[in-house]
Design a protein around this ligand. Sequence first.
Ligand code: HEC
Length: 155
Amino acid sequence: MKAHVFSLATIAMLSATPAALAGSHGDQMSMMSPGLMIPSMNSSEGRKLFASKGCVVCHSINGVGGVDAPMLDAEFMDMPMNPFEFAARMWRGAPAMIEAQEDELGYQIEFTGEELAAIIAFVHDPGEQAKFSESDIPDELKEMMKHMEKEGGHD
Ligand code: HEC
């Protein structure tokens, strides 16, 4: 019976790893320290989250999105993908970003590790980014962005 539990845990560990490596740049990530588990990096899920979480209000990808913050197209990202570096860069911009989020969205964006992993995958996946369009943006955010354009006058 004990052996059963053991093998289930082993399967869970083994199956987590290939999923984490499924991204298009995954091959560089094949050496992971023991005990380090990377959530699955699903870039098409990330495409939806990038819009629905509101990143798109300030950041653009594929020419779609706000102009108040740095563009997050894959061409500006470090390749090969390093999720830790991405998080570090986001953290560096965090005070300005959180302030802007509270100003413009009225709240601070929150996400789970899984969601962040998907967003990072999307931000590094030019193929998925090419599919990104206005139609990915939820209506209420579209409204907000229109409203901001009118008030903004950035250029
Ligand atoms: C309300 C506006 C706003 C929203 C929404 C927003 N950001 Fe930002 N973000 C910024 C600003 C402004 C900066 C630049 C901060 C700085 O340079 O000090 C930034 C910086 C960043 C950086 C660092 C870029 C670089 O070139 O170093 C990353 C990565 C990032 N944001 C990711 C995200 C993600 C992912 C989301 C959605 C979960 C998001 N941001 C939502 C405004 C926003």
